[in-house]
Design a binder for this molecule. Structure first.
Ligand code: FE2
Ligand code: FE2
Length: 433
């Protein structure tokens, strides 16, 4: 389905022009722009400069060598109220990761971020109770480093993709907000780099997440980046806010509060952007995006676990499996899907194909029976800068279903059972290869 954008060549613009967002449509639109501007557009191998005579032209004007569009918007006076407000907030709430956080603060070597053992995978289990104190220190440090490392890699993914959003969107306010988000993500990358440096351990990206990043950025259309980003930012925000509620270290808490405020703003933007992008696309285009949603959910459900920590520290695959099924891990996944599923519902990526796929994965229970809060409510809430809890609550909270409690109760039961491990043959500590 076409996307209607305001056109062109008149002042003030009064006509509308239909731009097909499909790959063929983009090339047609590029040539249409060529004809209207009287300049040549190469769609296959080079950057083509906009006309030298300023016009009020809207629409595709340049195509990069890889086929990506650089869309110009020559109308500087038409504004999108929601994006304008987000841009104003983005500008006003900048902070400096290097100086606004106390990097001279010394982390506790036994528990760098002051996280209670009860929220670590396997924390409090019989296995945990048998571990020597030095091994518990290793696990605490590595689990915290793994989480911070995955957040770090996610920040780089967002940083890489936002340039494309700026380039490909025809809405000037969207370009401007995305520019502030680029600075935000650069700051987050800097903060997580410094934090993992202080912890002293940095893990590589989870292979399945890296594959998701590469797949999303390899698509010609930025919708795939927007979908993956929405997912990852909910993962980050739910994880960060949960950590903040029990984190004892002041540097870690300050870092999370600052980043969570930015991420809440990004989520409001991401949901608004996707809703617009998906409005009026063809069924074939919707199908591909829905398939990608299911791929994202599957990756999050089955692969986003700190297996690498146990393997790095020399534990066996039985411990990896027990960690995956432990109560804190299951609770963490439930918490994330309670945000992610309604978000996809909200943006319109919730057709019969997605519902069927989520049913197969056992995730449909996280869908909401009533509409999720409008993103505009979140944007209004972001005005209360000092109330971090209100900001985060409005950005992430949705109606809680009776199912959630049932699932978490079942998870706790299953988690306790999963941690009952056979005693190692020759030692009181868990078996290592
Ligand atoms: Fe970020
Ligand atoms: Fe973000």
């Amino acid at each position: 389905m076409p996307f209607v954008t305001r056109d062109v060549g008149q002042w003030p613009p009064t006509r509308t022009r239909v731009v097909d967002r499909s790959a063929d449509g983009r090339h047609r639109a590029a040539h249409e722009a060529e004809r209207e501007n009287g300049h040549h557009v190469h769609t296959d191998h080079r950057i083509v400069h906009p006309p030298t005579t300023p016009t009020t032209q809207t629409g595709p004007a340049s195509v990069f060598a890889d086929g990506a569009l650089a869309v110009f918007q020559w109308d500087y006076d038409g504004h999108d109220e929601q994006m304008t407000r987000l841009y104003a907030q983005g500008k006003a709430r900048q902070w400096n990761a290097a100086v606004d956080l106390d990097w001279d603060h010394e982390l506790d070597p036994d528990n760098p971020l002051g996280v209670p053992d009860s929220v670590l995978p396997l924390g409090g289990s019989p296995l945990w109770e048998r571990l020597p104190a030095a091994d518990r220190v290793d696990v605490r440090r590595h689990i915290q480093a793994w989480e911070a490392s995955q957040a770090l890699h996610g920040e780089q993914f967002a940083l890489n993709g936002l340039g494309r959003v700026i380039s490909a969107t025809d809405d000037l306010d969207t370009k401007l907000f995305a520019a502030t988000q680029i600075v935000d993500e650069a700051r987050h990358l800097e903060a997580f780099t410094l934090l993992t440096g202080k912890i002293g351990v940095r893990y590589p990206p989870l292979a399945e997440l890296a594959s998701l990043y590469e797949g999303a950025l390899g698509e010609a259309d930025m919708d795939f980046f927007a979908i993956a980003t929405l997912l990852l930012e909910y993962v980050a925000l739910t994880s960060l806010t949960a950590q903040r509620s029990h984190m004892g270290d002041p540097l870690g808490r300050a870092l999370i509060e600052n980043i969570a405020r930015d991420e809440a703003r990004h989520l409001a933007f991401g949901r608004a952007l996707l809703r617009r992008r998906l409005d009026g696309i063809t069924d074939a285009e919707l199908r591909r995006r829905e398939e990608f949603v299911l791929e994202c959910c599957h990756t999050l459900k089955t692969d986003y676990t700190p297996d690498a920590v146990w393997r790095t520290l020399g534990y066996g695959e039985d411990v990896v499996e027990q960690s995956r099924r432990s109560a804190p891990e299951v609770t963490r996944r439930c918490r994330t899907f309670r945000q992610v599923v309604p978000a996809f519902q909200d943006v319109g990526l919730f057709g019969p194909r997605v519902r069927a796929g989520l049913t197969t994965m056992g995730l449909i229970r996280f869908a909401r029976r009533r509409p999720v809060p409008d993103v505009a409510d979140e944007v209004r809430a972001l005005g209360r800068r000092d109330d971090i809890d209100a900001v985060i609550r409005l950005a992430t909270s949705h109606e809680r279903t009776a199912d959630d409690g049932r699932i978490e109760t079942a998870a706790r039961r299953g988690g306790r059972a999963a941690t009952r491990v056979p005693a190692p043959a020759s030692a009181s500590a868990p078996a290592r290869p």
